[in-house]
Design a protein around this ligand. Structure first.
Ligand code: SF4
Length: 267
């Protein structure tokens, strides 16, 4: 059944309600389980590889499946599962725009809170602050992906995601609330967001709003992503990237020491 357009609309995105059979799946990403209330993500990041992870053929960013029954399915599963950390949104952003209306993440958080399960959330959205009332009562670890202080970078590579300013304000609010907040600078894109001055300013800004825990990662370059990236590059840049990703340019190793002065590298 399709959602009524008055209920939720995201430009250029085909949104439909679906039923899911399971809510929690085994996770290897620093958590025991992952929980994705949506299939798809409307933030439309150029570098996103979630479609490859879940084997999705539809154009990423142009569809969204809303798993309308996931809070109920989760409720039933929680009685049978072992205790563990639950990662919200391993292949979607649990606080993308649709969540404002659908409240699936919020309802799932309530279920997890009742069972006293720790949660790990990673988002690009300030909507997460809406759920401070629930998060305050839980063991919650909240990560903001903040790839650059430059909002022009965000517009090119994460076109539909909330602005960097909104993410920083939200991170500050959660941090001031006493929640454990960390930042993820990823992907680092050579010659785009990896300039030393820019990364130093980003680290200083994050520190100034109470974030000391910072992680950096590089781009997981797959064929489909390479095509997307090429569409944003001129010939000169394309040649540089070919050498780094498909040739013998050791760009990331050469800069590793500097990256580690900014945060913990996970590549
Ligand atoms: S926010 Fe995450 S899941 Fe969504 S498009 Fe961007 S990288 Fe992909």
């Amino acid at each position: 059944m399709e959602l009524k357009s008055t209920l939720i609309e995201v430009d250029g995105v085909e949104i439909k309600e679906v039923s899911c059979k399971t809510a929690l799946s085994k996770s290897g990403l620093e958590a025991d389980y992952s929980l994705n209330p949506y299939r798809g993500c409307t933030h439309g990041c150029i570098y996103c590889y979630s479609s490859f992870v879940i084997g999705e053929d539809r154009p990423w960013g142009e569809f969204l499946d809303v798993k309308r029954n996931i809070p109920k399915v989760l409720h039933d599963e929680l009685d049978k599962k072992d205790r563990g950390i639950v990662r919200l949104g391993s292949v979607t952003d649990p606080y993308q725009e649709a969540e404002r209306h659908c409240k699936l993440t919020r309802r799932c958080l309530k279920q997890l809170g009742k069972k006293d399960l720790p949660v790990l959330i990673q988002t690009k959205s300030d909507l997460v602050t809406r759920d401070i009332d629930i998060l305050d009562e839980m063991e919650a670890d909240i990560g903001f992906t903040i790839t650059s202080l430059d909002d022009e970078f965000r517009k090119r590579f994460e076109p539909e995601a909330p602005s960097i300013g909104r993410r920083l304000s939200a991170a500050r609010e959660l941090s001031e609330e006493g929640l454990n907040v960390w930042a993820f600078i990823g992907p680092i894109l050579p010659f785009e967001n990896d300039r030393e001055q820019g990364l130093k300013r980003l680290k200083e800004t994050l520190n100034s709003i109470g974030i000391e825990e910072i992680y950096l990662d590089k781009l997981n370059m797959r064929e489909g992503i390479w095509r997307e990236m090429q569409s944003l590059m001129d010939e000169e840049m394309e040649e540089k990237y070919k050498k780094i990703y498909f040739g013998d340019d050791d760009h990331f190793e050469e800069k590793r020491e500097f990256f580690e002065s900014i945060g913990k590298t996970v590549f």
